[in-house]
Design a protein around this ligand. Structure first.
Ligand code: ATP
Ligand code: MG
Length: 370
């Protein structure tokens, strides 16, 4: 991937423009971390890039970055620019193309994200990002308070990088976050969620949570349960504990999973009935949150006599015929009791056993009614 990027730089330069790798890739490269997305900054305009890589260009996004697919890898190529007149504490209303690399670097968020590499792997670092990289420090390029006011998402980006890289926020950044944190309310939940996902998905999550809480961001982020959160390999487990299903955007499927995980937390992930009802995944996640190993949960699950209703060796038709009754709530009640008996190993899952049991249950119900 790296070699492919250097080839792209050479190709752009061949046409008379400047081009550099910038941002996360260079930062991670210098830290010895593998990175799977490469951003390129260039003096060529999107139109000129499209002329060079006519076959590989994807439709342009709103900010005029061009994504090109080269050797099956996506590269995001952005023209040197200056941004002005930020609106809603997030988006610049004006983007002005410029000719100098350094001007482009100055519009970026943090010093460690403004280091470049040229086609010969030389590092170009006019804003001294390597100094902060060595000090493990997150520092803004411009005045921190102005930077967060221009784009409040940078507050979360600062915490994300500090969490993932195990860096510290500079005192200026911390102070500026305290002054501007209320602006997080203006940022879309989608963007906030994707930054929070990166923080929650980090092995260093507890540091991230501590930063959020020390800086008093629970309230602007509406994460009142944050102090109760425990690390979990599945991010959905963390969102389940946060209980913000109606505030942040989630798919229907994720909402069901979060509800199930919370129910399992109130029950017991090793209880066969709980495993049967909520399935393996929710029980493993809840188990992890309760300190129960995946192996233990798996073991109980694999021993379940049935995993779903259709595993029962009796059909609703069989029950209706045996009891000579019509379909209705009684049928459902009988079916549920049979399920429970089999899951709890009170009877084995054979048709004869189930027919016998359904007669007993039916007698009990009808006697109860008399
Ligand atoms: P990663 O790819 O690991 O998420 P990254 O630093 O490359 O980290 P991207 O979102 O890919 O982050 O952005 C690429 C670069 O664009 C950043 O390194 C930074 O220089 C600049 N950038 C991205 N978002 C912002 C922002 N909100 N404000 C200022 N500069 C930004
Ligand atoms: Mg990137």
């Amino acid at each position: 991937m790296f070699k492919a990027a250097l080839k792209i730089l050479k190709e752009i330069e061949k046409h008379g423009y400047q081009a550099y790798i910038v941002g996360g890739f260079v930062r991670d490269y210098l830290l010895g971390i593998e990175s799977n997305d490469i951003d390129i900054t260039t003096s060529a305009t999107p139109k000129e890039i499209k002329e060079i890589f006519a076959d590989a260009c994807l439709p342009q996004n709103a900010y005029g970055s061009v994504t090109i697919i080269y050797k099956h890898i996506n590269f995001e190529i952005t023209t040197f620019r200056r941004e002005a007149n930020y609106q809603d504490n997030r988006r610049p209303s004006t983007v002005i193309y410029v000719h100098q690399l350094e001007v482009d670097l100055r519009r970026r968020d943090f010093t460690i994200n403004a280091i470049c590499m040229d086609r010969n792997r030389n590092i170009i670092d006019p804003l001294n990002g390597r100094k902060d990289l060595k000090l493990h420090l997150i520092n803004t390029i411009n005045d921190a308070q102005q930077s967060f006011q221009d784009d409040a998402l940078r507050i979360l980006r600062a915490i994300r990088f500090a969490t993932i890289l195990d860096f510290s926020l500079s005192n200026e950044v911390k102070e500026a976050i305290l002054q501007t944190k209320y602006l997080l309310k203006n940022i879309s939940y989608d963007r906030k969620k994707s930054e929070l996902n990166r923080i929650f998905g980090s092995l260093n999550i507890l540091k991230g949570i501590k930063m959020i809480s020390d800086l008093g961001l629970e309230e602007p982020l509406e994460l009142q349960n944050l102090s109760k959160v425990k690390p979990c390999s599945q991010i959905i487990g963390i969102w389940a504990m946060l209980n913000v299903d109606d505030i942040y955007p989630f798919s229907r499927n994720e909402k069901t999973q979060m509800e199930e995980i919370r129910k399992v937390l109130l029950e017991d992930p090793l209880n066969p009935m709980t495993l049967y009802h909520y399935g393996l995944y929710s029980c493993i996640v809840a188990g992890e949150l309760l300190g129960i190993s995946k192996k233990k949960v798996n073991k109980v699950y694999s021993k379940l006599a049935i995993h779903k209703r259709s595993d029962l060796k009796i059909t609703t038709d069989d029950i209706l015929k045996t009891l000579e009754i019509e379909a209705g709530p009684v049928l459902n009640q009988i079916y549920k009791e049979l399920e429970t008996l089999v899951v709890l190993n009170k009877i084995s899952n054979t048709k004869n056993n189930l027919i016998r049991a359904c007669k007993i249950i039916y007698d009990k119900i009808t006697k109860g009614e008399k």
